[in-house]
Design a protein around this ligand. Structure first.
Ligand SMILES: [Zn+2]
Length: 199
């Protein structure tokens, strides 16, 4: 049903969220307007500020408000290790598991030629440059255990060939087709401990 142009606009705007269909969008819009306008104002201001102010770390591409993210800026991380993941949510999952103390590189996706996502879009040049410049001793590939994640890992191995850096892949206690962010901390711990060297 249609209420008014402003309400309809809000409903259709809410549909940009994942998993929100027309009915859920309408329920959320009506909830905000009817019961929680204050919360709605806060949401709209936080959204605007975050979209305006959050960019990608210059070194690892993690989402951050600053030029360099807190992980890259920290003096307490092992700077000889880099873990390559697809998404910022993967960094959050690994940090929560406490299984890793090195640096990260966030691809912000995976290779997907059919969608026009190639090496440039996932920052491969930046990754290789950083591994070379910081003379990292190990790069741990923690892309998802999906077809795209595996293809991306293989591509990165090829790009790092010739550098004096060990390249490893986290163990597949990660279920096939599994996305890192949904894996529990204990499994992640084993996945890191059981990582193997790639040739
Ligand atoms: Zn960073």
């Amino acid at each position: 049903m249609q209420f008014s142009p402003l309400v309809d606009d809000l409903v259709s705007a809410l549909r940009c969220l994942p998993g929100i269909g027309p009915k859920s969008a309408q329920r959320l819009a009506l909830h905000i307007l009817q019961r929680n306008r204050e919360g709605g104002m806060r949401l709209s201001s936080s959204l605007a500020k975050a979209i305006e102010g959050v960019g990608n770390c210059r070194l690892c591409r993690l989402l951050t408000d600053a030029d360099i993210c807190p992980v890259c800026a920290s003096a307490r991380r092992d700077r000889s290790l880099m873990c390559v993941v697809e998404h910022p949510a993967d960094v959050a999952a690994i940090e929560q598991s406490g299984s890793y103390r090195g640096l990260y590189f966030v691809l912000m996706g995976h290779l997907s030629p059919l969608d026009g996502i190639g090496p440039d879009q996932i920052g491969i040049d930046l990754l290789v440059q950083r591994v070379r410049e910081e003379q990292m001793s190990e790069v741990i590939l923690a892309t998802n255990a999906t077809v795209e994640g595996e293809a991306t890992a293989h591509y990165i191995v090829d790009q790092l060939r010739g550098l004096p850096t060990k390249v490893t892949r986290i163990a597949q206690g990660v279920p096939l087709g599994g996305e890192l962010e949904f894996i529990d901390g204990g499994t992640l711990l084993h996945a890191f401990a059981g990582r193997r060297t790639l040739e």
